[in-house]
Design a protein around this ligand. Structure first.
Ligand code: PMP
Length: 406
């Protein structure tokens, strides 16, 4: 059977990332890896989860937890989130909150309801690779979103029309972005909203790292600014805020949420009904219990650990990187984004790094919708010990210096 012959046209854009394939080979114990952008498993509140599962499954919640439930999500969890959103300057009701199976699923659903083939999604260069993967299935074109120096709105609309569609949304990760680690300042967030209003499009605010701030001033989420512009009424806004439990409590339960105007939430809920009916009920019940009990303390704990690792990595970068190499100074999150001198290729550097120096990172090209970014790489500090950071960054510095010399 030649499956290629019968695949839908959208399947042609579903490609295994070469990088992900390569990274699978790197799980060897002697490699110091700054590649995986995952939480440190040692920080998972495993005992709290274990207690909560036992409690739920042996108590009166057992039947509803094991039964089918509503597509919008488990009400007490949504009610708890209403409180958390309020703290971020996002007044909303449970009906503005939709529980999804990881914010990744939220991105897929947003693509599904907003993108027709040839429509344009505005994304930053670089952007979250997983968002490009989710949107690609809906066959869009991409144009470059640059929050601080956006072009005239009409130029985006004209370019989209030339491509055969219209601009539908601007997607960004405003806090401690994956991959760049950067935060979009308030002025940039206002610019994005101005552009979205001028083009009459949505804003997709990916807030996967929202709680992971280690230093610097808090900046209001785009949705909070949008609500302010609309007299405090979330139902008049254009921003879809995508949150996640993955970086704070645990990614394995696969729970995230979308917060937005009810009109768009209702449509997204219909997508879920046709897709997987609802996210795991038992996991939502357990997440609700655990979040209620330990969320703030857990966030405090992970901030302390990751902030220490961020500091160590930035110190090591200053110590070991040669002149000509630039990197971001993230105020939170898990990533440092490195720009190497022109002519460097992140992918071939990775091959040498693994072979000769036993270190790994992610080449930056896959985070660029236009295939540029060859001379960039992403380093993650979330799972690295002090020793690993010191030794690994020193080896990376040695490799880059030798490449520059040769
Ligand atoms: N958005 C960003 C920016 C991410 O880095 C990730 C996880 N790597 C996700 C969304 C998806 O997270 P999840 O589906 O686990 O909520």
């Amino acid at each position: 059977m030649e499956w290629e012959k019968i695949f839908a046209s959208r399947a042609s854009r579903m490609k295994a990332s070469e990088i992900r394939e390569l990274l699978k080979l790197l799980e060897q114990p002697d490699i110091i890896s700054f590649a995986g952008g995952i939480p440190d498993a040692a920080l998972f509140p495993a005992e709290e989860f274990s207690k909560a599962y036992a409690e739920v499954l042996t108590g009166p919640d057992a039947v509803p937890a094991l039964q089918y439930s509503v597509s919008e999500g488990y009400k007490p969890l949504r009610e708890w989130l209403v409180g958390e959103m309020g703290k971020l300057g996002i007044p909303c009701a449970p009906d503005n909150i939709f529980i999804v199976s990881g914010s990744q699923q939220g991105l897929d659903y947003i693509g599904k309801v907003l993108l027709s083939p040839k429509d344009t999604a505005l994304v930053t260069w670089p952007t979250y690779m997983g968002a490009l993967g989710a949107f690609n299935a809906y066959e869009p074109n991409y144009d470059k979103l640059d929050p601080m120096t956006n072009r005239e709105p009409s130029t985006y609309a004209e370019k989209a029309a030339q491509g055969g569609g219209r601009v539908k949304f601007a997607y960004c990760v405003p806090e401690f972005s994956n991959p760049s680690g950067e935060t979009i300042p308030r002025a940039g967030r206002e610019n994005i909203l101005n552009l979205a209003e001028a083009l009459d499009i949505a804003v997709v605010e990916d807030a996967a790292y929202q709680q992971l701030r280690y230093s610097g001033e808090t900046v209001k989420p785009i949705l909070a600014l949008d609500i302010e512009r609309n007299g405090g009424d979330i139902d008049k806004t254009r921003t879809l805020y995508c949150g996640s439990f993955s970086k704070t409590l645990a990614p394995g339960l696969r729970l995230g949420y979308i917060v937005a105007a009810q009109d768009v939430i209702r449509k997204l809920v219909l997508v879920k009904q046709a897709s997987d009916l609802h996210s795991s009920t038992v996991n939502q019940v357990v997440m609700g219990k655990v979040a209620h009990k330990i969320f703030d303390a857990q966030v405090e704990k992970i901030r302390k650990t990751y902030s220490h690792r961020r500091d160590r990595m930035l110190e090591a970068m200053t110590k070991y990187m040669p002149v000509g190499v630039e990197w971001t100074k993230p105020e939170g999150g898990m990533f440092v984004w490195v720009t190497l001198p022109k002519g460097f290729d992140g992918a071939s550097l990775l091959a040498k790094a693994v072979r000769d120096h036993r270190i790994a990172f992610v080449p930056g090209k896959a985070f660029h919708a236009d295939g540029t970014g060859e001379n960039t790489i992403r380093l993650s500090f979330s799972c690295a010990s002090d020793d690993a950071i010191e030794t690994g960054i020193s080896r990376l510095g040695t490799l880059i210096k030798s490449e520059m010399a040769g």
